[in-house]
Every structure is written in structure tokens, then in C-alpha cells.
Design a protein around this ligand. Structure first.
Ligand code: HEM
Length: 536
């Protein structure tokens, strides 16, 4: 201060120098040492070298140097908000999950919406799937429904996920495109992956360019199980139905919005919540038993298939309201860790091979992304119910168990002995093993075209025209004619008219259709549940 008082002329930051007071706290280092000057490094002579001794400088720069963590390997760009889930009525006949036992019960929630392929800085209105990840902080642990805005997925087995994502994200040599489906690698992979064709129809539909996060449906995609207190298990599919309705933009609108405001979707969510126009979704359940599963035309373990709402109606059991933006984007939205493996008593998995793989992948990636095994200590990830375990140590351990015992069984009594198991805790449904160990796909997963067609014929003519235009636009970006031909070959099994329109649009001859792994079902009726306009 002496120096500054004497030489105001050369203190560039002199008049902007801000001091504590007026209710503003005193600035300190991370160690709590009060800071007299954060604007000038310590020098040997005002024009001399900066001194290694300057711990204030070193701490500030060191911390800045380490601000970045890896972005998510997929779903890197996202936006989150807090809210609550409210149960309409007790579902105790279906599930023992604590959050569904009492009508009117409110469970805190955190939701993160995302695009899949683009990096963290990409534009919001890319043609892409949207993530719809919900963390429910129940009184019996955190339950994550890590879903998308499209009810099916590209692949049937998680072992293909790295290939799918490599093909969808930027090409390794040229590093583009960053946020769109329109390129050779993506369409090459799609054309070689007939199981993806149903999902291709969805991402070429208006669903892939939502007006905002508030106007999207969400889906758990896989078949899960609900288990009641008697141990009776039923299958369930999860749906989030937007109270705002279902709305999309057209491709030219999306392109314009991306140019004018690439943050359009996150701004929309922020503003809606800040202005009190709270977005709301209803949780829908499609519940069915073994008898339905056995007679259904498709395998309920196949994540490339839906269960039509005509066959199993959606029962609305509660509502999700988003009512609070985050205090800090990084602390909450960036560090939140969703995981399909986070389930609670009353919920269970099925053997969907995509779900089984996801149950390995999320913890594994978060270990790297969040720098160690203790990310459950972060407030956004920590349960909001009491929790006690013997996990300890590791990087950034902020909540080591207290007391003497850190192992079980132990013979210490009272508080010294620490937590004990509870036989009424989580139980897996004792499902019988279905067969020998094989590296195979079930025959029941082999029909790739019927539901793709069902989806297409369910769309209104306007929506169908959008799909044809999207296919023409996307495939027109593909340089290699054989990739286009292979893709259109699959389209012929979906709908000959659509395939013809796409050929016309691309100025190409109708290609051969591939031999299907299984003949499509010819007379599958359209599904009302699949049209945006009817739903919206
Ligand atoms: C992230 C959904 C398939 C691996 C996400 C996120 C969502 C999601 C919503 C973003 C979570 C967030 O907001 O933080 C889905 C859906 C799938 C699917 C609906 C299929 C039905 C898979 C598969 C794998 C996988 C098959 C791997 C085998 C990942 C990874 C992340 C991720 C590694 C990044 C997680 C993180 O860094 O925290 N997924 N995903 N996903 N997903 Fe998936």
C-alpha cells in the first residue's frame, strides 16, 4: 500500500483496486490468507523479474491452470436444473420404491438435458438425440433415470457403443463435423448396422430438433422392473410427458437459431424457470407382465423397439417440476454424475444387453471425468437421505466414515461399531439364467424394419415430408455413393415411397434392398402415440 500510495501514476489497476467493506467479504487465498493485492505480482523492483517466492501469484495461476476437466465422452453439452417429483397416488401394489408409497410426496430432483454428439461448446439446435437424465434423491437412495428424448436406441448391444460414438462424433482426421449427423462416417456406420434403422427414422424426424428442452418427451428406453414388497416383479417402461406439449422446429428454423443464438435451449430453460413459468413433465409407466412379454411381436429386451402405447397404455403416476436454476453451472450441471446403475429398492434391471453394458460404463467414465472415486461426496451427487458405509480414502475424500470400525463384521457395539446391513434393503429379482454362455444375439432381436415402418406411417404427411427432406439433406453431404445406396437400400424395407423420394432428391437410381435378417411384419398398424402433431 505504501508503494501504491506513493506512485498512483503507475498503478494501472490503482483506481479499480477494490477493498473489503460494505458487506463485501475480504478476499483470501484458498488457505484463507487475506490478500492485499491480487492485481500485481511480486517483483524485484517494479520493472524487475517476478519472484518465485510469490505464493499469491503461484496459487492463483496454478488453480486456473487446472480449471478444465474432461468433458463427457458423450452428452458433453448439457443444461441442468433442480426441481421435485410429486407422487400422485401410492403405487405400493407395483413397487416398494419409497418415493411411490405416499400420495403427494415430494422427492427432490436434478435434471440434465443434453445433446449427444456435439462437444461442450457446440450449438443447441443440432439434429441429434437429446439426453433427459433425472436424478431422484429418494429417502432410500438416489435413483437415476438416464434417458433420452427418443424411446429407442441405435444398437442392441453395448459392445458397439464405442463404434457408434466414434462414427457419430467428428472424424478423427479432419475433426469435423462437430455437432451434426451429416457425414460419411456416421452414415457409413448406419448403413452397415440394420438394427439402427428404426432409430434413424426417429433422428430424421422432427423429434431430433426440439423447440426447446421444455417441449420434449423423455424415455427410459430399456425395459426395467418394478418389484413390490411381496417380491412380485413386473416389467416397466418409463416415459416423461411434457405438460407444455411436444413441439419441434423446422430445419431452416434450427439453422437460423443456431447462427443467431447457439445457446437458445439453455437460455430458454433458464428464462422459463427464472420467470416462474415452471416446466413440468408427468411420469408415465407402461407396466406389463411375462404373459405380455411372451406374446409381444418383439423382444422387450431389445432397446431398438418400443412397446406401442395402444398395446400397453401409459399410466401417469406423478409429476416432475423444475423450479430452480443452479447456483453454479460447473459445481452442479458439469459435475453431476448420472448412472443407470443407481437404482433403489423396488426397481430392478432387466437383461437388455445395452442396459447391462451401461451399468458398467457410467461409473467407469466418471472415475476419470471427476478425478477419483469420491464424486458422490459432491453435493449434487450425494444422497439427501441418511447414508452410512465403510468406503474411505481415495482422492478428495471429504466424508470419511467416523468412528473406530471401518470393516464388517465387527464386534464393536453401539456407535463404535458403525452401520449394519438391513435384510429389507435392496434385493435383486431372482431371475433364472436363460441359457449357456454364448457370444450371440437372440433371434428375437432380428426384425429391424417393422417398427421403423410403423413409426414412419404413424407420422402426419407434413412430418413425413420433413423426414424425406432430412434424409435427402443428410445423405447429400455424404461423398461416397455406395454409402448412400446402402442406406437407401434399408429404407426400401421401411417404405418404398420414402425410398423413392429420397432417390429422387439425391438424383440416384433405386438401389438393391439387402436381404433382411428376418422378414418384416407386413400389416403392423400405425401407432397413434408416435406422431408429434397428434401428441402436441
Ligand atoms: C452419458 C443416455 C447408451 C455411455 C449419457 C447421458 C445420457 C445418456 C442422458 C448424459 C448424462 C448427463 O446428463 O450427465 C443414454 C441412453 C442410452 C445410452 C438413453 C441408450 C438407451 C449408452 C451406452 C453407453 C453409454 C450403451 C456405453 C456402453 C455413456 C457415457 C456417458 C453417457 C460414458 C458419459 C457419462 C458421464 O461422463 O458422466 N448417456 N445413453 N451410454 N453415456 Fe449414455
Amino acid at each position: 500500500h505504501m508503494n501504491r500510495d506513493k506512485r498512483p501514476d503507475i498503478q494501472a489497476g490503482g483506481d479499480t483496486h477494490q477493498t473489503a467493506g460494505d458487506g463485501r467479504p475480504r478476499m483470501t487465498t484458498a488457505q484463507g490468507t487475506p490478500l492485499s493485492d491480487g492485481q500485481n505480482s511480486l517483483k524485484q523492483g517494479a520493472r524487475g523479474p517476478t519472484l518465485m517466492e510469490d505464493f499469491l501469484f503461484r496459487e492463483k495461476i496454478f488453480h486456473f491452470d487446472h480449471e478444465r476437466i474432461p468433458e463427457r465422452v458423450v452428452h458433453a453439452r448439457g443444461y441442468g436444473a433442480h426441481g421435485f417429483f410429486e407422487t400422485y397416488e401410492s403405487l405400493s401394489e407395483l413397487t416398494s420404491a419409497d418415493l411411490f408409497q405416499r400420495a403427494g410426496e415430494r422427492t427432490p430432483a436434478f435434471v440434465r438435458f443434453s445433446t449427444v454428439a456435439g462437444n461442450k461448446g457446440s450449438a443447441d439446435l443440432a439434429r441429434d438425440v437429446r439426453g433427459f437424465a433425472v436424478k431422484l434423491y429418494t429417502q432410500q437412495g438416489n435413483w437415476d433415470i438416464v434417458g433420452n428424448n427418443i424411446p429407442v436406441f441405435f444398437i442392441q448391444d453395448a459392445i458397439k457403443f464405442p463404434d457408434l460414438i466414434h462414427a457419430a462424433k467428428e472424424a478423427p482426421d479432419r475433426a469435423f463435423p462437430q455437432a451434426q449427423t451429416a457425414h460419411d462416417n456416421f452414415w457409413d456406420f448406419m448403413s452397415l448396422m440394420p438394427e439402427a434403422i428404426h432409430m434413424v427414422m426417429w433422428i430424421m424426424s422432427d423429434r431430433a430438433i426440439p423447440r426447446s428442452f421444455r417441449f420434449m418427451e423423455g424415455f427410459g428406453v430399456h425395459t426395467f422392473r418394478m418389484v413390490n414388497a411381496e417380491g412380485e416383479a413386473r416389467f416397466v417402461k418409463f416415459h416423461w410427458k411434457p405438460k407444455q406439449g411436444l413441439q419441434s422446429v423446422t430445419w431452416p428454423e434450427a439453422v437460423g437459431i443456431n447462427g443467431a443464438d447457439p445457446d437458445f435451449h439453455r437460455r430458454d430453460l433458464w428464462e422459463a424457470i427464472q420467470f416462474g413459468d415452471l416446466p413440468e413433465w408427468e411420469l408415465g409407466l407402461q407396466v406389463f407382465d411375462d404373459e405380455f412379454a411372451n406374446r409381444f411381436a418383439f423382444d422387450i429386451l431389445d432397446p431398438t423397439k418400443i412397446v406401442p402405447e395402444e398395446e400397453v397404455p401409459v399410466r401417469r403416476v406423478g409429476r416432475l417440476v423444475l423450479d430452480r436454476v443452479v447456483d453454479n453451472f460447473f459445481a452442479e450441471t458439469e459435475q453431476v454424475a448420472f448412472h443407470t446403475g443407481n437404482i433403489v429398492p423396488g426397481i430392478d434391471f432387466t437383461d437388455d444387453p445395452l442396459l447391462q453394458g451401461r451399468n458398467f460404463s457410467y461409473l467407469d467414465t466418471q472415475l476419470k471425468r471427476l478425478g477419483g472415486p469420491n464424486f458422490t461426496h459432491l453435493p449434487v451427487n450425494a444422497p439427501k437421505c441418511p447414508f452410512h458405509h465403510f468406503q474411505q480414502d481415495g482422492h478428495m475424500a471429504m466424508a470419511n466414515p467416523s468412528g473406530r470400525a471401518n470393516y464388517e463384521p465387527n464386534s464393536w457395539s453401539g456407535a463404535e461399531g458403525g452401520p449394519r446391513e438391513d435384510p429389507t434393503g435392496f434385493q435383486s429379482v431372482p431371475v433364472a439364467a436363460p441359457g449357456p454362455k454364448v457370444r450371440e444375439r437372440s433371434e428375437s432381436f432380428a426384425d429391424h424394419y417393422s417398427q421403423a415402418r410403423q413409426f414412419y406411417i404413424s407420422q402426419t404427411p407434413v412430418e413425413q415430408a420433413h423426414m424425406a427432406a432430412a434424409l435427402v439433406f443428410e445423405l447429400s453431404k455424404v461423398e461416397h455413393p455406395e454409402i448412400r445406396a446402402r442406406l437407401v437400400g434399408h429404407l426400401r424395407h421401411v417404405n418404398e415411397e420414402l425410398a423413392g423420394e429420397v432417390c429422387d432428391g439425391l438424383g440416384m437410381d433405386m438401389p438393391e434392398a439387402p436381404v433382411p435378417a428376418r422378414e418384416p411384419i407386413p400389416d403392423l398398424p400405425p401407432s397413434d402415440a408416435l406422431s408429434i402433431l397428434k401428441n402436441g
